[in-house]
Write a protein that binds this ligand. Structure first.
Ligand code: CDP
Length: 255
């Protein structure tokens, strides 16, 4: 017997104005934002964009042509190549995840011209997500503050640096046996510092973001907490609109 006749579409937030729902997931390195964003997109049937992979791809191409990722003149040719070849396969390529590319990504990401060049792609993805789906989940550092300041829901995912380093070390140790936990922690702190102190679009908590500390949460618990926030937020909006007689901007999730 079916007790809960719950369909996925009962929950997926719909927007009656046909504007796509955008969920912004920002946070520092290895905070769990990518895992959360991916799971949210799966659960809601939305498209997913890992914006860090864009910077990683530019860094990898710069390194491959023997350039310095902190110098605009070295990065420019790589940027041109990447802009013409932004495919899901490239963005999911495991070679983007090495410590060298992480370091390079954080350097190219501090160059304002690079950020500007990648902005249109990210905004277009959010406005017209591939696959004719109802929305998009983007994760990064500046989604809620710069790329999509009008996002429907914003999360800032964080965790203690030691826990983040532990997770990244676990991820990398099989392919990089020479790596130590101490080195991962030091690299992560350097990158966090560079990312949060750069002049253009530093890592920042949007004023209207919901902060999720995942230090003591596993991925499933983090997802459930985020789903709870989304449900509450869309319900509050629906109730507000009902009270004021306005047409719902988002017909919220049905509990
Ligand atoms: O997975 P992890 O958090 O380590 O890194 P990532 O999200 O793939 O981002 C790699 C680098 O790209 C970061 O260190 C940032 O410097 C940069 N980035 C950014 O500046 N803005 C974004 N929206 C996403 C990433």
């Amino acid at each position: 017997m079916t007790v809960l006749n719950f369909r996925k579409t009962d929950f997926v937030p719909q927007d009656s104005s046909h504007k796509k729902v955008v969920i912004a997931v920002d946070g520092p390195a290895a905070s769990g934002k990518g895992t959360l964003a991916k799971k949210l997109a799966e659960r809601l049937g939305y498209a997913y964009l890992d914006t860090g992979a864009l910077y990683r791809a530019v860094a990898m191409a710069t390194l491959e042509i023997g350039g310095d990722p902190s110098k605009l003149q070295d990065v420019e040719p790589a940027l041109e190549i990447i802009k013409r070849n932004l495919t899901p396969e490239l963005l999911a390529n495991p070679s983007l995840r090495t410590p060298e590319v992480s370091e390079g990504a954080s350097k190219v990401a501090a160059i304002p011209e690079v950020r500007q060049a990648l902005l249109d792609y990210q905004r277009e993805f959010a406005a017209n997500p591939p696959g004719f789906v109802g929305g998009a989940v983007l994760d990064g550092r500046d989604i809620g503050t710069v790329v999509c300041p009008e996002a429907s829901i914003k999360f800032f995912v964080t965790a203690a640096p030691e826990e983040r380093a532990r997770r990244r070390f676990e991820e990398l140790k099989a392919t990089k046996p020479e790596l130590t936990y101490e080195k991962v922690l030091a690299d992560l702190k350097t990158r966090d510092m560079r990312d949060s102190t750069r002049a253009t679009a530093p890592t920042a908590v949007a004023e209207d973001a919901y902060t999720l500390d995942t230090t003591h949460l596993n991925p499933a618990q983090t997802l459930e907490e985020a789903i709870g926030v989304i449900r509450a937020s869309f319900l509050a909006e629906t109730n507000d609109n009902a009270r004021t007689g306005k047409t719902a901007k988002n017909n919220g999730p049905q509990p």
